[in-house]
Ligand binder design. Structure first.
Ligand SMILES: [Cu+2]
Length: 130
């Protein structure tokens, strides 16, 4: 009788230990998964434009895209720098958003209609349509 009880209890203890071990493992795993930081991607591309007014519009168009962390367009060399979360958005989506408001990017050309409506000092020199 005694021996049976002992062995029974012993098995229970082992089970509890295994259970505890499993719970701990899962807890540590889930915590480390939650704590994983967003890995932002950086990209550079050219965007046509002329002035500070263009800059305000281009930057706000890029920032309006969900997943864009920050963006900065350089009025002198027309280079756009964007930092974004590649799990939420893409380079194409960001360039499209800029082209939508009238500014040509490397990959997308703005609609002529939208370009024509730009403020006269923002009408940048455009490459001929191919
Ligand atoms: Cu402008």
């Amino acid at each position: 009788m005694h021996i049976f009880l002992f062995s029974h209890n012993y098995k229970l203890d082992e089970m509890k230990k295994i259970q505890l071990f499993l719970i701990l493992t899962f807890t540590v795993l889930s915590i480390s998964l939650c704590a994983q930081k967003v890995k932002y991607q950086k990209t550079n591309f050219l965007v046509s434009g002329n002035c500070e007014m263009c800059k305000t519009k281009i930057d706000s168009a890029a920032k309006s895209v969900e997943g864009v962390k920050n963006s900065s367009w350089n009025v002198v060399n027309r280079k756009m720098k964007v930092k974004f979360n590649p799990e939420i958005t893409s380079i194409d989506q960001i360039q499209k958003a800029i082209a939508t408001i009238g500014y040509d990017t490397e990959k997308f050309r703005a609609d002529d209609e939208v370009y024509d409506k730009l403020h006269y000092c923002c009408k940048y020199q455009r490459e001929e349509k191919k």
